[in-house]
Design a protein around this ligand. Structure first.
Ligand code: NAP
Length: 243
Protein backbone atom coordinates (compact mmCIF):
# COMPACT_ATOMS: atom_id res chain seq x y z
CA UNK A 1 0.00 0.00 0.00
CA UNK A 2 1.27 3.46 -0.91
CA UNK A 3 0.38 6.14 1.62
CA UNK A 4 1.15 9.84 1.36
CA UNK A 5 1.20 11.80 4.60
CA UNK A 6 1.00 15.57 4.22
CA UNK A 7 2.97 16.76 7.20
CA UNK A 8 4.88 19.74 8.54
CA UNK A 9 3.51 19.36 12.06
CA UNK A 10 4.44 17.57 15.27
CA UNK A 11 1.15 15.65 14.89
CA UNK A 12 2.25 14.51 11.45
CA UNK A 13 5.56 13.26 12.85
CA UNK A 14 3.75 11.38 15.62
CA UNK A 15 1.39 9.78 13.13
CA UNK A 16 4.23 8.80 10.75
CA UNK A 17 6.02 7.07 13.64
CA UNK A 18 2.82 5.25 14.68
CA UNK A 19 2.15 4.09 11.12
CA UNK A 20 5.68 2.82 10.80
CA UNK A 21 5.35 0.95 14.10
CA UNK A 22 2.20 -0.64 12.65
CA UNK A 23 4.24 -1.82 9.66
CA UNK A 24 2.72 0.72 7.23
CA UNK A 25 5.30 2.58 5.16
CA UNK A 26 4.48 6.19 4.40
CA UNK A 27 5.98 8.96 2.35
CA UNK A 28 5.86 12.14 4.39
CA UNK A 29 5.64 15.36 2.41
CA UNK A 30 6.58 18.73 3.87
CA UNK A 31 6.37 22.17 2.35
CA UNK A 32 9.63 23.72 3.27
CA UNK A 33 13.24 23.92 3.98
CA UNK A 34 13.16 23.25 7.70
CA UNK A 35 12.47 19.53 7.14
CA UNK A 36 15.99 18.39 7.89
CA UNK A 37 16.30 20.57 10.95
CA UNK A 38 13.01 19.13 12.27
CA UNK A 39 14.20 15.54 12.01
CA UNK A 40 12.50 14.73 8.74
CA UNK A 41 15.58 14.21 6.62
CA UNK A 42 13.83 11.52 4.57
CA UNK A 43 10.77 13.62 3.80
CA UNK A 44 9.67 14.61 0.33
CA UNK A 45 10.16 18.38 0.30
CA UNK A 46 8.31 21.17 -1.54
CA UNK A 47 4.94 21.96 -3.10
CA UNK A 48 3.35 19.72 -5.73
CA UNK A 49 2.42 22.57 -8.06
CA UNK A 50 -1.22 23.04 -7.09
CA UNK A 51 -4.07 20.59 -7.59
CA UNK A 52 -2.90 19.42 -11.01
CA UNK A 53 0.61 18.75 -9.73
CA UNK A 54 -0.75 16.73 -6.84
CA UNK A 55 -3.02 14.71 -9.14
CA UNK A 56 0.01 13.93 -11.31
CA UNK A 57 2.02 12.93 -8.22
CA UNK A 58 -0.74 10.62 -6.91
CA UNK A 59 -1.04 8.91 -10.27
CA UNK A 60 2.70 8.62 -10.92
CA UNK A 61 3.38 7.10 -7.51
CA UNK A 62 0.27 4.85 -7.43
CA UNK A 63 -0.73 6.37 -4.09
CA UNK A 64 -3.70 4.53 -2.50
CA UNK A 65 -4.40 6.81 0.44
CA UNK A 66 -3.56 10.32 1.62
CA UNK A 67 -3.57 11.52 5.21
CA UNK A 68 -3.62 15.28 5.46
CA UNK A 69 -1.85 16.00 8.74
CA UNK A 70 -0.96 19.58 7.89
CA UNK A 71 -1.55 22.38 10.37
CA UNK A 72 -5.23 23.33 10.93
CA UNK A 73 -4.48 26.69 9.28
CA UNK A 74 -2.80 25.23 6.17
CA UNK A 75 -6.10 25.74 4.34
CA UNK A 76 -4.74 25.81 0.81
CA UNK A 77 -2.99 22.46 1.08
CA UNK A 78 -6.11 20.93 2.65
CA UNK A 79 -8.33 22.27 -0.14
CA UNK A 80 -5.86 21.11 -2.81
CA UNK A 81 -5.65 17.64 -1.28
CA UNK A 82 -9.46 17.32 -1.23
CA UNK A 83 -9.76 18.33 -4.88
CA UNK A 84 -6.81 16.26 -6.09
CA UNK A 85 -7.88 13.11 -4.25
CA UNK A 86 -11.43 13.44 -5.61
CA UNK A 87 -10.03 13.78 -9.14
CA UNK A 88 -7.56 10.92 -8.81
CA UNK A 89 -9.97 8.62 -6.94
CA UNK A 90 -7.69 8.34 -3.91
CA UNK A 91 -9.16 8.11 -0.40
CA UNK A 92 -8.34 11.00 1.90
CA UNK A 93 -8.40 11.52 5.66
CA UNK A 94 -7.95 14.81 7.53
CA UNK A 95 -5.99 14.22 10.72
CA UNK A 96 -5.88 17.20 13.00
CA UNK A 97 -5.73 17.82 16.72
CA UNK A 98 -8.92 19.05 18.37
CA UNK A 99 -9.33 22.81 18.43
CA UNK A 100 -9.78 24.98 21.50
CA UNK A 101 -13.50 25.65 21.04
CA UNK A 102 -14.11 23.44 24.11
CA UNK A 103 -11.23 24.88 26.14
CA UNK A 104 -12.38 25.87 29.62
CA UNK A 105 -11.63 29.54 28.90
CA UNK A 106 -13.02 29.56 25.33
CA UNK A 107 -16.15 31.45 26.41
CA UNK A 108 -14.04 34.35 27.68
CA UNK A 109 -12.12 34.87 24.45
CA UNK A 110 -13.05 37.14 21.61
CA UNK A 111 -13.39 34.81 18.62
CA UNK A 112 -12.70 36.33 15.21
CA UNK A 113 -12.81 34.79 11.74
CA UNK A 114 -9.42 35.90 10.38
CA UNK A 115 -6.26 37.93 10.87
CA UNK A 116 -7.85 41.15 9.59
CA UNK A 117 -10.49 40.98 12.31
CA UNK A 118 -7.86 40.06 14.91
CA UNK A 119 -5.74 43.08 13.94
CA UNK A 120 -8.80 45.31 14.19
CA UNK A 121 -9.62 43.98 17.67
CA UNK A 122 -6.01 44.43 18.78
CA UNK A 123 -5.96 47.98 17.40
CA UNK A 124 -8.93 48.97 19.55
CA UNK A 125 -7.16 48.20 22.84
CA UNK A 126 -4.33 50.17 24.43
CA UNK A 127 -1.09 48.49 25.50
CA UNK A 128 1.16 45.78 24.13
CA UNK A 129 -0.02 42.83 22.05
CA UNK A 130 1.63 39.43 22.04
CA UNK A 131 1.06 37.86 18.62
CA UNK A 132 1.37 34.10 18.44
CA UNK A 133 0.10 33.56 14.91
CA UNK A 134 3.29 32.51 13.15
CA UNK A 135 5.43 34.46 10.72
CA UNK A 136 3.39 34.44 7.52
CA UNK A 137 0.37 36.53 8.57
CA UNK A 138 2.33 39.33 10.27
CA UNK A 139 1.69 41.80 7.44
CA UNK A 140 -1.99 41.83 8.49
CA UNK A 141 -0.90 43.41 11.80
CA UNK A 142 1.06 46.27 10.27
CA UNK A 143 0.05 49.59 11.76
CA UNK A 144 -0.41 48.36 15.32
CA UNK A 145 1.62 50.49 17.69
CA UNK A 146 3.21 48.03 20.09
CA UNK A 147 3.49 44.37 19.15
CA UNK A 148 5.70 41.51 20.24
CA UNK A 149 5.47 38.73 17.64
CA UNK A 150 6.67 35.32 18.73
CA UNK A 151 7.71 33.16 15.80
CA UNK A 152 9.49 29.83 15.60
CA UNK A 153 11.91 31.10 13.01
CA UNK A 154 12.63 34.52 11.53
CA UNK A 155 14.28 34.58 8.17
CA UNK A 156 15.66 38.08 8.08
CA UNK A 157 12.60 39.73 6.51
CA UNK A 158 12.16 43.42 7.36
CA UNK A 159 10.31 43.78 10.67
CA UNK A 160 7.14 45.87 10.37
CA UNK A 161 7.24 49.15 12.26
CA UNK A 162 5.89 48.93 15.78
CA UNK A 163 6.74 45.25 15.96
CA UNK A 164 9.47 43.36 17.76
CA UNK A 165 10.26 39.73 16.92
CA UNK A 166 10.83 37.08 19.55
CA UNK A 167 12.29 33.95 17.96
CA UNK A 168 11.38 30.93 20.07
CA UNK A 169 10.13 27.44 19.31
CA UNK A 170 7.58 25.76 21.60
CA UNK A 171 6.32 23.94 23.46
CA UNK A 172 6.36 26.53 26.24
CA UNK A 173 5.62 25.73 29.88
CA UNK A 174 3.27 27.67 32.11
CA UNK A 175 6.04 29.32 34.16
CA UNK A 176 7.77 30.54 31.01
CA UNK A 177 4.50 31.90 29.62
CA UNK A 178 3.66 33.67 32.87
CA UNK A 179 7.14 35.19 32.91
CA UNK A 180 6.92 36.36 29.30
CA UNK A 181 3.49 37.93 29.68
CA UNK A 182 4.50 39.60 32.95
CA UNK A 183 8.01 40.76 32.01
CA UNK A 184 6.84 42.13 28.67
CA UNK A 185 3.79 43.81 30.24
CA UNK A 186 1.53 42.22 27.65
CA UNK A 187 -2.05 43.52 27.71
CA UNK A 188 -3.55 41.36 24.94
CA UNK A 189 -2.79 37.93 23.47
CA UNK A 190 -3.66 37.07 19.86
CA UNK A 191 -3.66 33.39 18.95
CA UNK A 192 -4.89 31.07 16.24
CA UNK A 193 -7.07 28.13 17.28
CA UNK A 194 -4.20 25.75 16.68
CA UNK A 195 -5.49 23.40 19.36
CA UNK A 196 -3.67 20.68 21.25
CA UNK A 197 -1.75 20.89 24.49
CA UNK A 198 1.77 21.78 23.31
CA UNK A 199 0.93 25.46 22.86
CA UNK A 200 -1.88 25.84 25.37
CA UNK A 201 0.07 27.13 28.39
CA UNK A 202 -0.18 30.70 27.09
CA UNK A 203 -3.97 30.46 27.43
CA UNK A 204 -3.77 29.43 31.07
CA UNK A 205 -1.15 32.13 31.72
CA UNK A 206 -3.33 34.82 30.09
CA UNK A 207 -6.33 33.72 32.17
CA UNK A 208 -4.31 33.85 35.40
CA UNK A 209 -3.04 37.34 34.62
CA UNK A 210 -6.42 38.61 33.40
CA UNK A 211 -5.08 39.31 29.92
CA UNK A 212 -7.76 39.34 27.19
CA UNK A 213 -7.38 36.84 24.36
CA UNK A 214 -8.33 37.27 20.71
CA UNK A 215 -8.75 33.83 19.14
CA UNK A 216 -8.78 33.31 15.38
CA UNK A 217 -11.18 30.52 14.41
CA UNK A 218 -10.01 27.69 12.17
CA UNK A 219 -10.71 27.98 8.48
CA UNK A 220 -13.62 25.77 7.39
CA UNK A 221 -12.85 22.29 6.03
CA UNK A 222 -13.77 21.27 2.48
CA UNK A 223 -17.24 19.73 2.45
CA UNK A 224 -17.50 15.99 3.10
CA UNK A 225 -13.92 15.57 4.25
CA UNK A 226 -13.56 12.73 6.75
CA UNK A 227 -11.73 13.90 9.87
CA UNK A 228 -10.18 12.21 12.90
CA UNK A 229 -8.14 13.64 15.73
CA UNK A 230 -6.54 10.62 17.35
CA UNK A 231 -3.46 8.78 16.12
CA UNK A 232 -5.19 5.44 16.78
CA UNK A 233 -8.16 6.37 14.57
CA UNK A 234 -5.84 7.55 11.80
CA UNK A 235 -3.79 4.33 11.91
CA UNK A 236 -7.00 2.26 11.83
CA UNK A 237 -8.30 4.22 8.82
CA UNK A 238 -5.06 3.74 6.89
CA UNK A 239 -4.99 0.04 7.69
CA UNK A 240 -8.61 -0.56 6.60
CA UNK A 241 -8.88 0.35 2.90
CA UNK A 242 -12.68 -0.06 2.83
CA UNK A 243 -13.41 2.55 5.50
P1 NAP B 1 -0.83 26.41 2.82
O1 NAP B 1 -0.98 27.88 2.70
O2 NAP B 1 -2.04 25.58 3.01
O3 NAP B 1 -0.05 25.80 1.58
C1 NAP B 1 0.64 26.62 0.64
C2 NAP B 1 1.31 25.71 -0.33
O4 NAP B 1 2.44 25.07 0.27
C3 NAP B 1 0.45 24.56 -0.84
O5 NAP B 1 -0.43 25.00 -1.87
C4 NAP B 1 1.49 23.58 -1.30
O6 NAP B 1 2.10 24.00 -2.51
C5 NAP B 1 2.57 23.75 -0.25
N1 NAP B 1 2.44 22.80 0.86
C6 NAP B 1 1.84 22.99 2.06
N2 NAP B 1 1.96 21.91 2.83
C7 NAP B 1 2.64 21.00 2.10
C8 NAP B 1 3.09 19.68 2.35
N3 NAP B 1 2.88 19.08 3.54
N4 NAP B 1 3.78 19.03 1.37
C9 NAP B 1 4.00 19.65 0.18
N5 NAP B 1 3.61 20.90 -0.11
C10 NAP B 1 2.94 21.57 0.83
O7 NAP B 1 0.19 26.06 4.00
P2 NAP B 1 0.98 27.03 5.02
O8 NAP B 1 0.01 27.57 6.00
O9 NAP B 1 1.86 27.94 4.21
O10 NAP B 1 1.87 25.94 5.76
C11 NAP B 1 2.94 25.31 5.08
C12 NAP B 1 3.34 24.08 5.85
O11 NAP B 1 3.73 24.45 7.17
C13 NAP B 1 2.20 23.08 5.98
O12 NAP B 1 2.69 21.81 5.61
C14 NAP B 1 1.81 23.12 7.44
O13 NAP B 1 1.49 21.84 7.95
C15 NAP B 1 3.05 23.68 8.12
N6 NAP B 1 2.67 24.55 9.24
C16 NAP B 1 1.79 25.57 9.03
C17 NAP B 1 1.43 26.36 10.10
C18 NAP B 1 0.41 27.46 9.92
O14 NAP B 1 0.10 28.13 10.92
N7 NAP B 1 -0.11 27.71 8.74
C19 NAP B 1 1.96 26.12 11.38
C20 NAP B 1 2.86 25.06 11.55
C21 NAP B 1 3.21 24.29 10.46
P3 NAP B 1 1.60 23.45 -3.95
O15 NAP B 1 0.31 24.15 -4.21
O16 NAP B 1 2.71 23.83 -4.86
O17 NAP B 1 1.42 21.96 -3.82
Amino acid sequence: MQVLLLGGTADGRRLAAALESAGIAVVTSVAGRTAQARGQADARVGGFGGVDGLVDYLRATGTDAVVDATHPFAARMTANAAEACATAGVRLLRFTRPGWADHRYAGRWRWVPDHGAAAQAAGQAPGRVLLTVGRQPLAAYRGLRDVLARVAEWQGDPVPEGMRILEARGPFGLDAELALLGDEEITMLVSKDSGGVDNAAKLEAAARLGIPVVMIARPPLPEGLQQVSSVADAVAWVGAPNR
